[in-house]
Design a protein around this ligand. Sequence first.
Ligand SMILES: [Zn+2]
Length: 713
Amino acid sequence: MKQQLLAAFFLFTFASTVPAEDLKTVDAFRDAATKAKSLLTLPNWEQTPEEVDASMKKAIATANAALDQIGLQDLSKVNFKSTIVALDDLGYQASLTANNATIIKETNTNPAMRKAGEDAVKIFQDWAVGVDYREDVYKAVKAFEKTRPKLSGEDAKLLKETLLDYKRAGLDLPPEKRGEVEQLRKDLSKLGTTFDSNIVETQAPVVFTKAELEGVPESFLATPGIKTGDDAYTVKANVTWQNVTVMENAKSEATRRRLYVVRDSLAKEKNVDVLNQMLALRNKIALRLGYKSWADYQTEIKMAKAGAGAEKYINDLVAGTQPKFTAEVEEMRKAKAAETGDPNAKIAIWDFRYFNNQVKKQKYAVDTEALRVYFPFQKTLEGMFAIYQSIFGMKFEKIAVPQKWVDDLQLYAVTDSGTGEPLGLFYLDMFPREGKFNHFAQFEIIGGKLLDDGKYQRPTVALICNFPPPNAEGQSLLTHGDVETLFHEFGHALHTIATRAKYSRFSGTNVPGDFVEAPSQMLQNWTWDKKVLDTFAADYRDATKKIPAETIEKMKEAKLATAATYYRRQFAMASLDLALHAAHPEDQPYDCVAISNPIWEKVFLPIAPETTFVSYFGHLNGYDAGYYGYAWADAIAADMATVFESAKDGYQDKQAGMRLRRDIYEPGDSRDITQSIEKFLGRKQSVQPFLKRIGVTTPDKKTKPTVPPPDAR
Ligand SMILES: [Zn+2]
């Protein structure tokens, strides 16, 4: 069964201008909901650790009883509702409790409650893994399949994907082979945990003298823990921000190379071997299940559909970015030649951060900190609301929160601005505090689903974020990056809330993993558009002052100046991940370093041969054969943005916004996502808009990279 727990993505808070007693309550929307045959629901939050535990146990007992009922039925009388829909229903019901527990775990101010939430989530996850292995339920599902039902659309897709879940779990195999796959999975899971722990536990302090760190900011050298002796500065290669600060600023190539070699050899002694074993296990599992490779197994349920599809896509992007990448490397090389006085200087992997930084500093100095005055939190939030309400045909109304997990929690009701139909609810928990989830994400609490009685359960979500807390003047001033995050995360909330999918498996952001980020990545463009910014961004001390057009242009140019370098590094990681998981003879041992190191040189820059990047590449456990998805989604996002860019009102175009709502958000995964994208685009997909965005111009028409047609992947 598909894991329904938490589709995470994100949002925030502010001082209310309407006194709480004057706010509407959710009840004010009940009549409209009844008229629209829909339901708006606020979760009933557990109040004590005991309640959290009891709710989860009860939910699982209820779900198990529902599974028993599927398994016990007369196999000659099975139907769609008593098997396939029943599975979607029981998974959905159990996930509601698990979602509550997740929110409690991430937001509760009481540590004992957070612990109870965490434990409940674990109990749920363990239970969910076992659902696919219920032989009795599988028999009922197969009995229904044998009736050769005539289903169409979303129903047919639900049957197909439910059967696929079982196939992927090994239920189609004869018992002894199934047992082997289960054992291999358990071994793999253990090794994965070891791989992760080795990464977390690796420490690598590297000591430098002050002279060796020339160029590194004084503020960094003064950081507690860095200065460890009279002329000794200890940089932890395993701490990303420390590594990046030195790699971006250290003038000495010897310093950069030394730190890089340590960084890219982290966990080498332990994890090279662990990874080789993991790759062998994955390969075996894939082969036993009838796939040619782990990449094929992993991408089967993604847009890519097969390892070869993902590989071709990345290769096309590598080819497409070649001219721009060559030019960027040449610019870095010239800077290095000038700085070192060596006309034959070459750029290696330990140089790119430093010279990217030099190029940006010299050519496009933009003081990003100074931009904060244009983005006071409340104004920015309201500005984003105004734009999204307008383009998506929605209305957001602040309403009273009956049960608050923190004082500044906000709650909003979303309605269709044309019909008044309630669409859903969202909570905003926007500022950091002790023990709270420390990223930015949207969490689904109640997913959309068509209920048994014909009513539609509208979604309830939470945006849980960590924007800068208000300063001494009471102002929370955002960076431009924060504003991008806000537009991105709120996009995920709208994706969930706008849903019309019948089954929870397909509703909201339950779409393929290599697509889910694309609509939100696209919405980040809004924050780079002068017209959009001018609708809300103004100096909080003098609202007549807007962000100067030259500043936005400079920021764009700076971003573009090193875009190919950024993406080629991404493509190298995507390629080596796919290569590690490509077809491999079962009797041949793996050498993960020999497979991956040459790819760095081919796709990115020369490396030091003794390094083992993959031993510290955490994505290889969890995003295995999936790293390509980041670039994939970026390219789709750029493609989708063209619909707005060619519309009359650009990023504020209502027709384009409504198309996004109708063609992408509403169907979710209830129809093939490629179909939805092409409907939205009004044409086939293309990677050209992405290449154009990162500054690649006029590719040769004959070698023009295109997205392969859907049947090819
Ligand atoms: Zn996201």
